[in-house]
Design a protein around this ligand. Structure first.
Ligand code: KIV
Ligand code: ZN
Length: 390
Protein backbone atom coordinates (compact mmCIF):
# COMPACT_ATOMS: atom_id res chain seq x y z
CA UNK A 1 0.00 0.00 0.00
CA UNK A 2 1.42 3.40 -0.90
CA UNK A 3 2.14 5.71 1.99
CA UNK A 4 0.50 9.07 2.62
CA UNK A 5 2.85 11.98 2.04
CA UNK A 6 3.67 14.23 4.98
CA UNK A 7 5.03 17.51 3.64
CA UNK A 8 8.12 18.87 5.34
CA UNK A 9 8.08 22.64 5.82
CA UNK A 10 11.50 23.75 6.98
CA UNK A 11 11.65 26.99 8.95
CA UNK A 12 15.33 26.90 9.97
CA UNK A 13 15.90 30.16 8.11
CA UNK A 14 12.92 31.94 9.72
CA UNK A 15 11.84 30.55 13.13
CA UNK A 16 15.29 28.94 13.57
CA UNK A 17 17.17 32.09 12.76
CA UNK A 18 15.19 34.05 15.38
CA UNK A 19 17.48 32.52 18.02
CA UNK A 20 19.75 35.17 19.57
CA UNK A 21 23.26 34.86 18.18
CA UNK A 22 22.23 32.66 15.23
CA UNK A 23 21.85 35.42 12.66
CA UNK A 24 23.00 34.44 9.18
CA UNK A 25 23.94 36.60 6.22
CA UNK A 26 22.43 36.13 2.77
CA UNK A 27 25.34 34.02 1.52
CA UNK A 28 25.09 31.61 4.46
CA UNK A 29 21.31 31.40 4.07
CA UNK A 30 21.67 30.57 0.39
CA UNK A 31 24.03 27.69 1.11
CA UNK A 32 21.63 26.29 3.72
CA UNK A 33 18.60 26.77 1.43
CA UNK A 34 20.31 24.86 -1.38
CA UNK A 35 21.19 22.06 1.03
CA UNK A 36 17.56 21.93 2.26
CA UNK A 37 16.47 21.66 -1.37
CA UNK A 38 18.82 18.70 -1.90
CA UNK A 39 17.57 17.13 1.34
CA UNK A 40 14.13 17.10 -0.28
CA UNK A 41 12.12 19.43 1.95
CA UNK A 42 8.85 20.50 0.35
CA UNK A 43 8.77 24.07 1.61
CA UNK A 44 11.57 26.41 2.68
CA UNK A 45 10.40 29.30 4.85
CA UNK A 46 13.11 31.70 3.76
CA UNK A 47 12.37 34.58 6.12
CA UNK A 48 10.08 37.44 7.14
CA UNK A 49 10.68 39.88 4.26
CA UNK A 50 9.28 43.04 5.89
CA UNK A 51 11.40 42.58 9.01
CA UNK A 52 14.60 44.05 7.50
CA UNK A 53 16.17 44.90 4.13
CA UNK A 54 18.63 42.04 4.74
CA UNK A 55 15.85 39.51 5.21
CA UNK A 56 14.06 40.84 2.13
CA UNK A 57 17.23 40.38 0.07
CA UNK A 58 17.77 36.87 1.43
CA UNK A 59 14.23 35.75 0.63
CA UNK A 60 14.53 37.17 -2.87
CA UNK A 61 17.86 35.46 -3.52
CA UNK A 62 16.62 32.14 -2.13
CA UNK A 63 13.49 32.46 -4.29
CA UNK A 64 15.77 32.90 -7.30
CA UNK A 65 18.04 29.91 -6.74
CA UNK A 66 15.88 27.19 -5.17
CA UNK A 67 14.96 24.66 -7.83
CA UNK A 68 12.49 22.20 -6.32
CA UNK A 69 11.00 23.36 -3.02
CA UNK A 70 8.25 25.90 -2.56
CA UNK A 71 9.75 29.12 -1.17
CA UNK A 72 7.71 30.81 1.51
CA UNK A 73 7.76 34.22 3.20
CA UNK A 74 6.14 35.10 6.52
CA UNK A 75 3.83 38.07 7.05
CA UNK A 76 1.50 39.44 9.67
CA UNK A 77 -2.10 40.14 8.65
CA UNK A 78 -0.94 43.51 7.42
CA UNK A 79 -1.23 44.71 3.81
CA UNK A 80 2.28 46.16 3.62
CA UNK A 81 3.81 42.90 4.94
CA UNK A 82 1.98 40.95 2.25
CA UNK A 83 3.02 43.32 -0.55
CA UNK A 84 6.67 43.14 0.51
CA UNK A 85 6.59 39.35 0.80
CA UNK A 86 4.98 39.06 -2.64
CA UNK A 87 7.75 41.21 -4.10
CA UNK A 88 10.52 39.19 -2.42
CA UNK A 89 8.97 35.93 -3.65
CA UNK A 90 8.56 37.10 -7.22
CA UNK A 91 11.48 35.09 -8.67
CA UNK A 92 10.29 31.84 -7.04
CA UNK A 93 9.10 28.93 -9.19
CA UNK A 94 6.69 28.01 -6.42
CA UNK A 95 5.97 30.97 -4.13
CA UNK A 96 3.91 30.74 -0.93
CA UNK A 97 2.78 33.57 1.35
CA UNK A 98 2.43 32.56 5.01
CA UNK A 99 0.12 35.03 6.70
CA UNK A 100 -1.80 34.94 9.95
CA UNK A 101 -2.75 36.41 13.29
CA UNK A 102 -3.05 35.46 16.98
CA UNK A 103 -6.33 33.69 17.68
CA UNK A 104 -6.21 32.79 21.40
CA UNK A 105 -8.22 34.95 23.80
CA UNK A 106 -4.97 36.00 25.41
CA UNK A 107 -3.52 37.25 22.09
CA UNK A 108 -6.81 38.88 21.06
CA UNK A 109 -7.18 40.74 24.34
CA UNK A 110 -3.58 41.61 25.29
CA UNK A 111 -1.76 41.77 21.95
CA UNK A 112 -4.47 43.27 19.79
CA UNK A 113 -6.95 44.75 22.28
CA UNK A 114 -9.55 43.44 19.86
CA UNK A 115 -12.46 41.02 19.54
CA UNK A 116 -12.85 37.60 17.94
CA UNK A 117 -15.01 39.05 15.17
CA UNK A 118 -12.48 41.72 14.24
CA UNK A 119 -9.62 39.19 14.28
CA UNK A 120 -11.63 36.93 11.99
CA UNK A 121 -12.15 39.83 9.61
CA UNK A 122 -8.42 40.66 9.55
CA UNK A 123 -7.54 37.01 8.93
CA UNK A 124 -9.94 36.72 5.99
CA UNK A 125 -8.82 40.04 4.49
CA UNK A 126 -5.15 39.02 4.77
CA UNK A 127 -5.72 35.70 3.03
CA UNK A 128 -7.74 37.34 0.25
CA UNK A 129 -5.05 39.96 -0.23
CA UNK A 130 -2.24 37.38 -0.28
CA UNK A 131 -4.29 35.37 -2.77
CA UNK A 132 -4.28 38.35 -5.13
CA UNK A 133 -0.49 37.85 -5.45
CA UNK A 134 0.06 34.07 -5.24
CA UNK A 135 -2.01 30.92 -5.57
CA UNK A 136 -0.47 29.18 -2.56
CA UNK A 137 -1.45 30.89 0.70
CA UNK A 138 -0.85 29.39 4.14
CA UNK A 139 -2.72 30.82 7.12
CA UNK A 140 -1.34 30.56 10.68
CA UNK A 141 -3.58 30.87 13.73
CA UNK A 142 -0.91 31.98 16.18
CA UNK A 143 -1.28 30.38 19.64
CA UNK A 144 -3.76 27.87 18.19
CA UNK A 145 -2.58 25.50 20.93
CA UNK A 146 -4.43 27.69 23.47
CA UNK A 147 -7.25 28.76 21.17
CA UNK A 148 -10.69 27.37 21.89
CA UNK A 149 -11.42 24.68 19.29
CA UNK A 150 -14.83 26.03 18.28
CA UNK A 151 -13.48 29.48 17.41
CA UNK A 152 -10.42 27.96 15.74
CA UNK A 153 -12.70 25.84 13.54
CA UNK A 154 -14.76 28.90 12.56
CA UNK A 155 -11.70 30.92 11.60
CA UNK A 156 -10.27 27.95 9.63
CA UNK A 157 -13.54 27.65 7.74
CA UNK A 158 -13.55 31.33 6.81
CA UNK A 159 -9.91 31.45 5.66
CA UNK A 160 -10.45 28.34 3.50
CA UNK A 161 -13.36 30.17 1.86
CA UNK A 162 -11.00 33.12 1.33
CA UNK A 163 -8.56 30.81 -0.49
CA UNK A 164 -6.10 29.43 2.10
CA UNK A 165 -4.47 26.24 0.84
CA UNK A 166 -2.70 25.30 4.09
CA UNK A 167 -3.86 25.83 7.70
CA UNK A 168 -1.04 26.13 10.19
CA UNK A 169 -2.12 25.27 13.75
CA UNK A 170 0.84 26.46 15.85
CA UNK A 171 1.36 25.44 19.43
CA UNK A 172 3.24 28.72 19.73
CA UNK A 173 3.99 28.43 23.43
CA UNK A 174 4.70 24.68 23.46
CA UNK A 175 1.88 24.16 25.95
CA UNK A 176 -0.14 21.25 24.53
CA UNK A 177 0.09 17.60 25.46
CA UNK A 178 0.32 15.21 22.49
CA UNK A 179 -3.23 13.87 23.06
CA UNK A 180 -4.58 17.40 23.21
CA UNK A 181 -2.76 18.58 20.08
CA UNK A 182 -3.82 15.45 18.18
CA UNK A 183 -7.42 15.93 19.35
CA UNK A 184 -7.32 19.50 18.06
CA UNK A 185 -6.35 18.27 14.59
CA UNK A 186 -9.08 15.64 14.70
CA UNK A 187 -11.63 18.24 15.80
CA UNK A 188 -10.69 20.50 12.88
CA UNK A 189 -10.86 17.64 10.40
CA UNK A 190 -14.34 16.76 11.65
CA UNK A 191 -15.77 20.22 12.18
CA UNK A 192 -14.41 22.55 9.50
CA UNK A 193 -16.52 22.68 6.36
CA UNK A 194 -14.28 22.56 3.27
CA UNK A 195 -11.32 21.09 5.20
CA UNK A 196 -10.65 18.69 2.31
CA UNK A 197 -9.55 21.72 0.25
CA UNK A 198 -6.67 22.53 2.63
CA UNK A 199 -3.73 20.81 4.28
CA UNK A 200 -3.51 20.93 8.08
CA UNK A 201 -0.03 21.78 9.32
CA UNK A 202 1.70 21.16 12.68
CA UNK A 203 3.96 23.90 14.03
CA UNK A 204 5.07 22.96 17.53
CA UNK A 205 7.44 24.62 19.96
CA UNK A 206 9.49 22.72 22.48
CA UNK A 207 8.94 24.58 25.77
CA UNK A 208 7.95 21.34 27.53
CA UNK A 209 10.07 19.07 25.37
CA UNK A 210 6.97 17.89 23.48
CA UNK A 211 7.38 19.49 20.06
CA UNK A 212 8.24 16.28 18.23
CA UNK A 213 5.63 14.20 20.09
CA UNK A 214 2.96 16.81 19.36
CA UNK A 215 3.81 16.95 15.66
CA UNK A 216 3.65 13.17 15.38
CA UNK A 217 0.33 13.17 17.21
CA UNK A 218 -0.84 15.84 14.74
CA UNK A 219 -0.06 13.74 11.67
CA UNK A 220 -1.54 10.60 13.23
CA UNK A 221 -4.72 12.65 13.55
CA UNK A 222 -4.83 13.89 9.98
CA UNK A 223 -2.37 16.78 9.58
CA UNK A 224 -0.20 16.35 6.48
CA UNK A 225 2.50 18.96 6.94
CA UNK A 226 5.07 19.36 9.70
CA UNK A 227 6.90 22.65 10.26
CA UNK A 228 10.32 22.00 11.71
CA UNK A 229 13.95 23.06 11.83
CA UNK A 230 17.32 21.37 11.53
CA UNK A 231 18.58 20.46 15.04
CA UNK A 232 15.23 21.67 16.44
CA UNK A 233 16.64 25.17 16.60
CA UNK A 234 14.15 28.01 17.19
CA UNK A 235 12.56 30.53 19.56
CA UNK A 236 13.19 29.77 23.26
CA UNK A 237 13.43 25.96 23.63
CA UNK A 238 13.17 25.53 19.87
CA UNK A 239 10.89 23.99 17.25
CA UNK A 240 10.14 20.45 16.19
CA UNK A 241 13.34 18.86 14.99
CA UNK A 242 13.28 17.87 11.30
CA UNK A 243 15.59 14.89 11.67
CA UNK A 244 13.46 13.47 14.49
CA UNK A 245 10.11 13.55 12.70
CA UNK A 246 11.62 12.20 9.48
CA UNK A 247 13.21 9.23 11.27
CA UNK A 248 10.19 8.56 13.50
CA UNK A 249 7.96 8.17 10.43
CA UNK A 250 10.64 6.04 8.75
CA UNK A 251 11.09 3.77 11.79
CA UNK A 252 7.34 3.23 12.24
CA UNK A 253 6.21 2.10 8.78
CA UNK A 254 2.81 0.87 10.03
CA UNK A 255 1.81 4.56 10.38
CA UNK A 256 1.85 4.58 6.56
CA UNK A 257 3.30 8.06 6.41
CA UNK A 258 6.37 9.14 4.50
CA UNK A 259 8.26 12.40 4.03
CA UNK A 260 10.43 11.52 1.04
CA UNK A 261 13.45 13.17 2.72
CA UNK A 262 16.92 11.95 1.69
CA UNK A 263 17.88 10.85 5.19
CA UNK A 264 21.52 10.20 4.23
CA UNK A 265 22.04 13.97 4.23
CA UNK A 266 20.65 14.50 7.75
CA UNK A 267 23.90 14.34 9.69
CA UNK A 268 25.92 16.56 7.34
CA UNK A 269 23.06 19.08 7.16
CA UNK A 270 22.90 19.19 10.94
CA UNK A 271 26.66 19.85 11.07
CA UNK A 272 26.40 22.52 8.40
CA UNK A 273 23.61 24.42 10.21
CA UNK A 274 25.36 24.09 13.56
CA UNK A 275 28.60 25.43 12.14
CA UNK A 276 27.05 28.33 10.20
CA UNK A 277 24.88 29.40 13.15
CA UNK A 278 27.65 28.87 15.71
CA UNK A 279 25.20 26.74 17.68
CA UNK A 280 26.68 23.41 18.89
CA UNK A 281 24.50 20.30 18.73
CA UNK A 282 24.04 18.79 22.19
CA UNK A 283 25.90 15.42 22.30
CA UNK A 284 22.78 13.48 23.33
CA UNK A 285 20.58 15.03 20.61
CA UNK A 286 18.50 12.31 18.95
CA UNK A 287 19.64 11.23 15.47
CA UNK A 288 22.44 13.79 14.96
CA UNK A 289 24.16 14.22 18.36
CA UNK A 290 27.74 12.94 18.68
CA UNK A 291 26.54 10.28 21.14
CA UNK A 292 23.50 9.17 19.12
CA UNK A 293 25.39 6.08 17.90
CA UNK A 294 28.00 5.77 20.67
CA UNK A 295 27.87 2.93 23.20
CA UNK A 296 29.75 3.12 26.46
CA UNK A 297 28.28 0.73 29.01
CA UNK A 298 29.64 -2.83 29.06
CA UNK A 299 26.24 -4.52 28.66
CA UNK A 300 25.28 -2.41 25.64
CA UNK A 301 28.70 -2.75 24.03
CA UNK A 302 28.63 -6.50 24.35
CA UNK A 303 25.20 -6.56 22.66
CA UNK A 304 26.11 -4.17 19.83
CA UNK A 305 29.34 -6.05 19.06
CA UNK A 306 27.34 -9.30 18.78
CA UNK A 307 24.51 -7.73 16.76
CA UNK A 308 24.10 -4.00 16.13
CA UNK A 309 20.28 -4.12 16.32
CA UNK A 310 20.34 -5.19 19.98
CA UNK A 311 20.83 -1.58 21.04
CA UNK A 312 20.41 0.47 17.86
CA UNK A 313 17.07 1.05 16.17
CA UNK A 314 18.58 3.06 13.32
CA UNK A 315 21.44 2.02 11.07
CA UNK A 316 23.79 5.04 11.34
CA UNK A 317 24.45 4.88 7.57
CA UNK A 318 20.80 5.76 7.01
CA UNK A 319 21.36 9.23 8.45
CA UNK A 320 24.82 9.69 6.99
CA UNK A 321 26.90 8.63 10.00
CA UNK A 322 29.55 6.16 8.83
CA UNK A 323 29.73 3.93 11.91
CA UNK A 324 28.53 3.31 15.45
CA UNK A 325 31.21 3.85 18.05
CA UNK A 326 32.28 1.83 21.03
CA UNK A 327 33.48 4.32 23.62
CA UNK A 328 35.83 2.90 26.24
CA UNK A 329 35.23 4.11 29.79
CA UNK A 330 35.48 2.56 33.25
CA UNK A 331 31.97 1.15 32.63
CA UNK A 332 33.10 -0.83 29.58
CA UNK A 333 33.53 -4.58 29.64
CA UNK A 334 36.02 -7.07 28.21
CA UNK A 335 34.11 -7.45 24.93
CA UNK A 336 34.48 -3.76 24.12
CA UNK A 337 38.14 -3.68 25.09
CA UNK A 338 38.91 -6.76 22.97
CA UNK A 339 36.95 -5.25 20.05
CA UNK A 340 38.80 -1.93 20.13
CA UNK A 341 42.18 -3.58 20.79
CA UNK A 342 41.64 -5.83 17.76
CA UNK A 343 40.82 -2.80 15.60
CA UNK A 344 44.25 -1.34 16.35
CA UNK A 345 46.11 -4.62 15.92
CA UNK A 346 46.04 -6.66 19.15
CA UNK A 347 44.43 -10.09 18.93
CA UNK A 348 44.14 -10.98 22.65
CA UNK A 349 43.63 -14.50 23.99
CA UNK A 350 41.20 -14.91 26.88
CA UNK A 351 44.04 -15.06 29.43
CA UNK A 352 45.78 -12.02 27.95
CA UNK A 353 42.51 -10.10 27.89
CA UNK A 354 41.97 -10.76 31.63
CA UNK A 355 45.36 -9.24 32.44
CA UNK A 356 44.99 -6.28 30.09
CA UNK A 357 41.48 -5.62 31.36
CA UNK A 358 42.74 -5.25 34.97
CA UNK A 359 45.25 -2.67 33.75
CA UNK A 360 42.56 -1.00 31.63
CA UNK A 361 40.28 -0.54 34.68
CA UNK A 362 43.08 1.09 36.68
CA UNK A 363 43.70 3.45 33.77
CA UNK A 364 40.01 4.13 33.10
CA UNK A 365 39.35 5.11 36.72
CA UNK A 366 41.73 8.02 36.20
CA UNK A 367 40.55 9.07 32.73
CA UNK A 368 37.08 9.84 31.33
CA UNK A 369 37.56 8.12 27.98
CA UNK A 370 40.19 5.67 26.80
CA UNK A 371 41.56 6.46 23.34
CA UNK A 372 43.49 4.24 20.91
CA UNK A 373 46.87 5.64 22.04
CA UNK A 374 45.94 4.76 25.65
CA UNK A 375 45.25 1.17 24.60
CA UNK A 376 48.81 0.84 23.28
CA UNK A 377 50.14 2.08 26.60
CA UNK A 378 47.82 -0.19 28.61
CA UNK A 379 48.80 -3.27 26.62
CA UNK A 380 52.47 -2.48 27.04
CA UNK A 381 52.26 -1.92 30.78
CA UNK A 382 50.06 -5.02 31.27
CA UNK A 383 53.20 -7.09 30.86
CA UNK A 384 51.71 -9.90 28.78
CA UNK A 385 53.48 -11.48 25.88
CA UNK A 386 51.49 -10.03 23.07
CA UNK A 387 52.44 -10.12 19.49
CA UNK A 388 51.31 -6.86 18.02
CA UNK A 389 49.62 -7.30 14.67
CA UNK A 390 49.85 -3.59 14.04
O1 KIV B 1 5.11 29.81 16.60
C1 KIV B 1 4.35 30.45 15.84
O2 KIV B 1 3.16 30.65 16.10
C2 KIV B 1 4.93 30.98 14.61
C3 KIV B 1 3.99 31.61 13.62
C4 KIV B 1 4.46 32.98 13.25
C5 KIV B 1 3.80 30.71 12.45
O3 KIV B 1 6.11 30.86 14.37
ZN1 ZN C 1 7.00 29.32 15.66
Amino acid sequence: MSKDKVYIFDTTLRDGEQVPGCKLDTKQKLVIAQRLDSLGVDVIEAGFPISSPGDFASVKEIARVVKNATVCGLTRSVKKDIEVAAEALQPAKRPRIHTGIGTSDSHIKYKFNSTREKIMERAVDAVKYAKSFVEDVEFYAEDAGRTENEFLARICEEVIKAGATVLNIPDTTGYCLPEEYGAKMKYLRENVRGIEKAILSCHCHNDLGLATANSISGVINGARQIECTINGIGERAGNTSLEEVVMILRQHPYLNLDTGINSKLLYSTSQMVSEKMGMPVQPNKAIVGSNAFAHSSGIHQDGVIKKRETYEIIDPHEVGVDHSSIVLTARSGRAALAYRAKKIGYELTKVQLDVVYEEFLRFADRKKEILDEDIHQIVESADVNIESLA
